[in-house]
Design a protein. Sequence first.
Length: 382
Amino acid sequence: MPLQSAAAGVPAAPTAPLRVGILGTGGVAHLHARALGLIDGVELVAAADPTEANLAAFAGTYEVPSRFPGLDEMLEAQPLDVLHICTPPGGHAAQTAAGFGTGAHVVVEKPAALSLAQLDTMLDAGRAAERGLAVVFQQRSGSAAAHVKALLDSGAFGRTLSALCHTHWYRTAEYFSVPWRGTWATEGGGTTLSHGSHQIDLLAYLLGEWSAVHATMWRLERNVETEDLSHASLVFASGAVASVVSTVLAPRESSLLRIDTENATIELEHLYGHGHAHWRITPAPHVDGSTAASWQLPVHEVPSGHDALFAEIYSSLLVGHGMPDIVGNPARALEIVTGMYASAREDRWVAREDLADPALRGGLAAPVIDARAAVHAAAPST
């Protein structure tokens, strides 16, 4: 069933359920399948995975009628309106291009790509096919994030001054025993890319365009090629300055945003998803009670997550409008992360306009300060 995006001109609303296929049947694919099952007008018709046992279990759980060992076989045998990609990031660029080539929209898990150059090719392929690309940054979704963004955009909070963006997660050594994790070649980056980019994306979704970043990468504990902790100063076009920390070494896990403005402090602390109870808006002393009361979160609550994000994506696709605004700016988080790695590599501030240089778009590998105890113990005394 042809489904034209709004960018192509006159949108065409579908006349039958949207046919969806999922590539990769690991843990995150279950979030996709469950969320798709909640949406009217959507049919999960196919799944592909080279591991037969995983594929059979997944297809049985979600009553997927067609199963395939790989993407090529699935795309050749089963027409799709939307392809969901739930595989390691190293294959995303080619898999996305293949999906666009058959006329499908593509929903891809983050990290969307191993570099901005790869993401450029994905976005170019989507434009050529007149199809949309959505990167799964589900922290943008939910009623609280939408409410806070609207207030920030309206100027109700006044000028944004500073922010904290902290991803304090915990990943064991066993987590990194999976062969593709922890290397520049196959994961693309470390905790900054694979974990911190969720909160970085949400911060940028709320505050808008960024202008410059300065960062350092650290290896404090895990036996990986990439970093297990990073720290950055991130400046936004508005002039707001944010402290950005990402780590996989925090026993008490937390995802934290704090935004200080002229009129209020906005705080969000959660782990992998947020609802209204995770947000707090504290007015400045000069703000009157009626104004502060107008900032209260809406009565109807929609928690963030795959369910909320996919509901917005498919409500737009089902009426032929292409990808919705909530998945706009799919490259911004990767731009910021790329700037962080480039800053660590070149030991300088990196401006957003610097990323026009192809040399900065081709990969993320950067020097990492190795501060592991074993390394220090083995170092000769001076």
